[in-house]
Design a protein. Sequence first.
Length: 81
Amino acid sequence: MPKKSRRTKAKHRTPAPGKAQERGVQHAGPAPAQTRGPVRPSAVARDPDSRYQHVVPELKHIGVIAGVMILILIILSFILG
């Protein structure tokens, strides 16, 4: 895995206290927390059945194919073994 670039490291680095004042940057401390209303789940998150309707038929199809392949392997083991 490649190393992080210097540019990415520089984004996450906090400036030294002397350098921030030289540039004219002032730190007012942590930003105030913004208040939000109650969080409601979206329609997609509330109804996972409609989102993943294709999964169950595909799993059945994969199961049938796997069963056929195992059956073929068993038959071949008796014929060739």
